[in-house]
Write a protein of this length. Structure first.
Length: 235
């Protein structure tokens, strides 16, 4: 399996606190069946996890994973918060953050927790014109999408993909997030799933997500999501 959203890198954002916790997360992920992880530290007003810093931490952790005999390969990425149109265009033009797998085809984005960014549809269209597909992290966790699902519909019409978090499907992010995540799944609006793991408590658990999808929608639906995620890694 491939995890496309994971805060496994150490000393870079609100994810793993140190290299030992990163290794513990890698072991948990490996035992769950994950073999590839796209690292996605935050890039926003609070955390400027630049390409250079991501590359440095990734190399450190990949070497430690190899030395520990854990069969996981790390790939470059970021989780970009759509703070504003100006924030996006400035840092996109200067190439301050990584697209997923270090390739130009897919970009993981999230909405600010403070509220919906009205410029988001235009940013999505800009990325699509650029030849990239933006992937929206955990829309089920945002109250503004749950209260106004047409906001998400507009982004989907503009060409965004969604990434629902496994913890949401398990109810760990609250019942409202679980129900909205299942609603998106039933409506065929879940393009990808991921762990959004941050530590050994908020841990990698990708197989649980595929189990829920297979039980609710059938194995073919779970397989289709895995195939789509393979496309992301391939770029």
């Amino acid at each position: 399996m491939i995890d496309i959203h994971c805060h496994i890198l150490h000393h870079i954002d609100d994810g793993a606190s140190d290299l030992n916790e990163s290794l513990d997360m890698a072991r948990i992920a490996y035992n769950d069946g994950v073999r590839d992880i796209i690292v996605t530290p935050h890039f926003n007003q609070g955390w400027r996890s630049t390409r250079a810093l991501v590359d440095e931490r990734l190399q450190e952790l990949q070497a430690a994973i190899h030395q520990a005999g854990i069969g996981i390969t790390l790939h470059r990425g970021n989780e970009l918060t759509l703070e504003s149109a100006e924030f996006f265009h400035e840092h996109n033009q200067l190439q301050h953050f990584h697209y997923l797998a270090g390739k130009p085809s897919f970009l993981l984005v999230e909405m600010p927790w403070s509220g919906y960014n009205e410029a988001a549809p235009d940013i999505v269209r800009h990325l699509r014109d650029q030849g990239a597909t933006p992937i929206l992290a955990h829309p089920e966790r945002h109250i503004f999408f749950r209260e106004r699902p047409e906001l998400l519909d507009n982004l989907l019409e503009a060409g965004i993909w969604t990434q629902v978090t496994v913890d949401s499907l398990l109810g760990k992010n609250g019942e409202d997030a679980r129900l909205f995540g299942l609603r998106l799944l039933d409506q065929g609006q879940v393009h990808t799933i991921a762990t959004d793991a941050h530590n050994v408590k908020r841990k990698p658990n990708l197989s649980e997500g595929y189990r829920i999808i297979a039980e609710r929608q059938g194995q073919a639906a779970a397989d289709a999501i895995q195939d789509r995620i393979k496309q992301i890694l391939a770029g």
